[in-house]
Design a protein around this ligand. Structure first.
Ligand code: ASP
Length: 439
């Protein structure tokens, strides 16, 4: 069995956290490949090393003195090194970084040093080989990640090595120019490594015990989702439930490798398994519920709309012409509603309305700018009857008016539109009926 383990910034924020990580890795010989993030926050008021690096490099770029800012970053690493009782000497590394900052080596180079330095310490601590991501994670000049080229180079390299620490978040072009993924990108490195190593599992260690059935800011102590499919995850992440970088899914999904979200501070918790497919039903009828505020619905009405060929196409063209993508489009006999993101729509509103009039000659168009969307997601909904009825009942009992309901054609989700003010209560009501009451 081969396991790739990725540790997030909070798991590596201090020597104390590093020790927990060391214990986790050493407890299983299968945990051969390690991807560290940069040290994150030690407490709420702390700053992530990556953000410190961005700040420090901004000074360098303006030609200002950045010594003090870099010293602060060095202190973070020295504290970890001393706390672990190591003798790792980063003087040479900091000298190089200083020179490169003066040469204005680029903001991506600067940000990447957080993972790079943490990787050196981690390799020293574990007695693993340090593999610089600049050698094996390949980008093109425009900063696009080259998945296939990387896979060839990385899998070949891994054959020569037994236990490896590969820093997350960055790589380089063939000419050695360092490039980073977007923020949180160490998740992607872990996934790429899992694919190249032909791993059996990709463990992603963070500070929560997995994906939660609902947002803990809305529902108190929500249950953890034990198993979720990639499709369900996409539905929930889209609605704002994020633990994992979206792009981290593709490399492992393609190779059929499951992801296990785990908690460094509670290693005994099984966490969440993210899988392509499973015969396991969800623990509750629903797998999760998530939502977002800030949608607008544009409701177009026209007598005999139903028999007018091409009406839908023309209505959507009005949005396409302004470069606006729509989220949902429920329709009735003579009505059609288009749901869009408010911030995207606002600036182009009049342009879109004019186009709707020009292209569809409607009887009326009205706008509802107070819409929150909630996605109730679950693979088990398909085989359970009365799911929609239970949602309706829960909302009705809580005096929540439903503005829209739309069942995805895969029967994986039911989308409900409510007023922004009702958003939290609607999520609570849905959670309660399916999870608390287990109905
Ligand atoms: N350190 C980077 C960030 O803060 C990447 C990561 O942690 O995954 O975004």
């Amino acid at each position: 069995m081969v396991k790739v383990v990725k540790f997030g910034g909070s798991s590596l924020a201090s020597a104390e956290q590093f020790k927990k990580v060391g214990d986790i890795i050493r407890s299983e010989a299968d945990r051969k490949y390690v991807v560290p993030s940069a040290p994150g926050k030690r407490n709420g008021a702390d700053t992530k090393v990556t953000d410190m690096l961005y700040g420090c490099y901004a000074l360098a770029e303006e030609g200002k003195d950045f010594t003090a800012a870099l010293d602060k970053i060095r202190e973070r690493y020295d504290e970890i090194i001393t706390g672990l009782g190591l003798k790792t000497d980063l003087s040479g590394e900091f000298k190089t970084i200083t020179e490169n900052f003066k040469k204005k080596a680029g903001v991506q180079y600067a940000a990447s040093r957080g993972e790079y330095l943490n990787g050196i310490i981690m390799a020293d601590y574990l007695g693993f080989t340090f593999l610089d991501a600049a050698e094996v994670i390949i980008f093109d000049e425009d900063g696009n990640f080259l998945a296939e080229d990387t896979n060839v180079v990385l899998s070949k390299k891994l054959k020569e090595l037994d236990n490896v620490v590969l820093p997350g978040f960055y790589g380089a072009t063939r000419d050695g120019v360092v490039k980073t993924f977007s923020r949180g990108g160490s998740d992607i490195t872990g996934s790429i490594l899992a694919r190249a190593a032909g791993a059996d599992i990709y463990e992603n260690w963070t500070d929560v015990s997995g994906f939660l059935v609902a947002d803990p800011r809305i529902v108190k102590n929500p249950e953890v989702i034990t198993t979720i499919t990639y499709k369900e995850l996409r539905e929930l992440s889209y609605m704002g439930a994020t633990v994992l970088h979206e792009d981290a899914i593709f490399p492992v999904r393609k190779s059929g490798i499951p992801i296990n979200i785990r908690n460094t501070n509670r290693p005994e918790d099984p966490g969440t398994m993210i899988v392509e497919n499973t015969c396991k039903q969800s623990d509750f009828t629903i797998t999760g519920v998530a939502g977002k505020k800030g949608f607008v619905s544009i409701n177009i009405e026209k007598d005999q709309m139903n028999s007018e060929t091409g009406f839908g196409r023309r209505a959507l063209e009005a949005f396409e012409l302004s470069g606006i993508s729509f989220e949902h489009m429920p329709s009735g006999i003579d009505t059609l509603s288009v749901f869009v993101h408010k911030p995207e729509f606002e600036g182009k509103e009049q342009q879109v309305l004019a186009a709707i009039h020009r292209l569809t000659a409607p009887d009326s168009v009205d706008i509802d700018s107070d819409v929150a969307l909630i996605a109730v997601v679950g693979r088990s909904m398909k085989s359970n009857h009365g799911v929609a009825a239970r949602i309706f009942a829960a909302l009705a009992h809580n005096n929540i008016n439903i503005k829209m309901i739309d069942q995805g054609s895969s029967e994986l989700n039911i989308i409900i539109g409510v007023s922004n003010n009702d958003f939290d209560n609607a999520i609570k009501a849905i959670y309660d009926i399916f999870v608390t009451a287990k109905l």
